[in-house]
Design a protein around this ligand. Sequence first.
Ligand code: NAD
Ligand code: UDP
Length: 308
Amino acid sequence: MRILITGGAGFLGSHLCERLLGEGHEVICLDNFYTGRKGNIAHLLSNPYFELVRHDVTDPFKFEVDQIYNLACPASPPHYQHNPIKTTKTSVMGAIHCLGLAKRVGARVFQASTSEVYGDPEVHPQTESYKGSVNPIGIRACYDEGKRCAETLFFDYHRQNRVDIRIARIFNTYGPRMLPDDGRVVSNFIMQALRGEDLTIYGDGTQTRSFCYVDDLVDGFVRLMNTLDITGPVNLGNPGEFTMLELAEKILAKIGGSSGLTFHPLPGDDPLQRQPDITLARRELDWEPSVDLEEGLTRTIEYFRTLA
Ligand code: NAD
Ligand code: UDP
């Protein structure tokens, strides 16, 4: 197949490009390099089945493709809050342009949605039927509401124009090729520990997240995309849930050194807890994560050591 990946030069996108090329597909990687890096896909440029296009998804685009994975959108809070209007435009206009293209060429289209559609959840763990608790005027809204609107557009194109859609709700994912300075907790803690700096805990560190290793997630993407008669949304994530203090302890135990902890104010609307219920993915996709946090952190630390 010929497959378009928007945001293909980013953290998740670059792993997906590799996986699909490895399966023998042609891949078109479209990216504006806001948070993506040519370095993430430089090793793919000599592959004749790989094409790189510098383009912004807020402008229309046309390609003859069989499948579209729409990943374009900054994912780290400091990056998506840097230009919040652009973040909403990227999610909403990017979705419209992917869906319009899918409609025109009859492609199947996948949306990288997020656990952020659940906001600061009152239901725990989060199931796909939970409608969420999002502050529409807070500092995370540009991302959360942009992604919620994208899901709405996906379902309306599906109902109105019979576009073949897949929606994954991705929970916190980490691994090699995260940007060392992207502000997300795993990359922050690892880089701080490698530099011998104190780890920055926001709030009291008792808030929780559930961390999925990138290879597991990408496998979930491909399974969801290629399963028939399913639209989603489907939660994809690792149900192992940890406080930020536990995460810091694990990283310090692996890296050693003299780092301690410093405490900083909790950013606005930061969710207190997050854990995916992956019953649906287990049943419909026969998918569940296989890399636990210990192993995933070891692999990720190895990668960050090569940068330090
Ligand atoms: P990332 O920031 O590394 O990748 C996003 C990519 O999109 C980058 O290459 C960036 O340059 C590109 N991009 C941004 N705006 C664009 C635009 N207007 N036009 C074209 N390209 C643009 O982030 P990631 O972690 O790889 O996330 C990929 C997708 O998965 C995002 O849509 C994100 O919302 C979603 N997601 C990720 C996580 C996670 O934990 N990593 C969790 C939930 C959802
Ligand atoms: N966090 C932290 N220290 C950091 C970066 C983040 O304690 O240096 C916290 C953050 O407040 C949040 C959690 O870690 O509660 C996960 O943050 P991240 O930005 O990785 O993802 P998200 O909040 O989008 O789930």
